[in-house]
Design a protein around this ligand. Sequence first.
Ligand code: F6P
Length: 518
Amino acid sequence: MTDRASHYLTLENLAAKSVGIAELFKAEPKRLDRFVMREGPLRADFSKQAISENALEALLSFAAKCDLEEWRAKLFAGEKVNTSEDRAVLHMALRGVGGSKENQKQVADMRETLANFANKVRSEGKFKNIVHIGIGGSDLGPRLVADAFEASAEQSLTLRFAENVDGASVNDAVKGLKPEETLAIVVSKSFGTQETKMNGDAVRAWLGTAASTNMIAVTANRDGAQEFGIAPDKIFDFWDWVGGRYSVWSAVGLSLQIAYGPKVFDAFLKGAARMDTHFRDQPLQENLPVMMALTGIWNRNVLGYSSQAVIPYARRIRKLAAFLQQLEMESNGKRITRGGKEAGLTCPIIWGDEGTNGQHAFFQWLHQGTSEGKYGGAPVDFVAVLKDHEARPDHHKALLANCFAQSEALMLGKPEHVVREEMEDRPDIDAIAPQKTFPGNRPSTTITLDELSPSAVGHLIALYEHKVFVQGVIWNVNSFDQWGVQLGKVLATTILDEMEKGEVGDHDPSTSALMGMV
Ligand code: F6P
């Protein structure tokens, strides 16, 4: 344990002394060696962050003082690091890394069961469609990964998702499908989630007589699934030591296994396992997730950035920001430490969209908006894929050129004197030149994947998972509970109950007026 606030102050002094990012390249000839890291197909270039080599050393020693190595050992040993819920956190065990022999046996047995089931569905040919019903961690991972698999694998069954309680979600999911050809998979860790149960009920009604054979469940609450009406032999388990937002690797990914085949899914798991062993075994200074986490800590706690943009220049992982919003903000969007004290600044806002689309929307703000740290602004994670999977080499080169140009432009900017030279003696130069100036020195990381293979996607997601863990240790928050989602859920139940009875109970005037309109 350490006094974090005083460490942040020391780091701030280092930041104040630091020169701009572009100058750091001149001052530090080995900067690329120090700030670029690779694991398998994933290369991450942190050199365009506004961090000097000295500051990085200070960050690493700060991380060590926060007992990062001890926490990492506890995580992989299966200790109950989710203290408020008294649970171990072992999503890595789903990839074959960490946990007890018993955990590994449970995982191996379940992997076999899932692969057998997936192969059976694929070979029988009865089902042509899957409707995956779930929300949050029971939806975002499978949805992101399904798109990503499209780059290199073939979808054998149509895969649709129903997540929102908005009736449009379930209506769109079943539109045009035939019940007798459709397998519905209800995915809920708790089996207590309103949206999933309502959508499950709706799909069951839509399935009609086919419901008893065509609906299965994935859950860590077998009793709940049975109460919902799913037969015991149609329930696939996972365990309380798998957090919802870390669960795509478990039976939650069954729809992926059926749609793309168990081999593709295995490659995805293996890719993540490589990142797990990297994170577990590499010293802090050569550790990719640690480096990523520390650049985030620098941007958030030292420079005071309020958000973090994630821009995949790869359409097939365009849902990355949505996935990371849950992974990072539900994990570390917390204001109280493990010990019940004020935590100070923790998780920034995570947001983003695919490149190049974002360039025509919010990049103006990234380049010339007023916020540059100290509680505004956004460093960027650019994610690009080097291989062209679309047999469109010209498009691919243009896509990559745009990606690389954006990080260069953010860093270098365009000084006013250059703008003035270009404008020559235009009469309105004093008004216009400052508007055309780019301040530069805006930090970014560029992650490249050699190809968008299932293995590379596994590496990428596991990288972010471990980054979240490291930041949770440094902020001293429990990254594995989510009490902040409870209050709204409880109030929604009360309000729905009153709306169904045609009553308006004891609410504030604004809420009462809203309810009175329905
Ligand atoms: O949004 C809160 C949450 O509890 C998430 O943590 C979880 O991924 C999601 O709801 C869905 O929960 P379940 O899988 O239990 O239906």
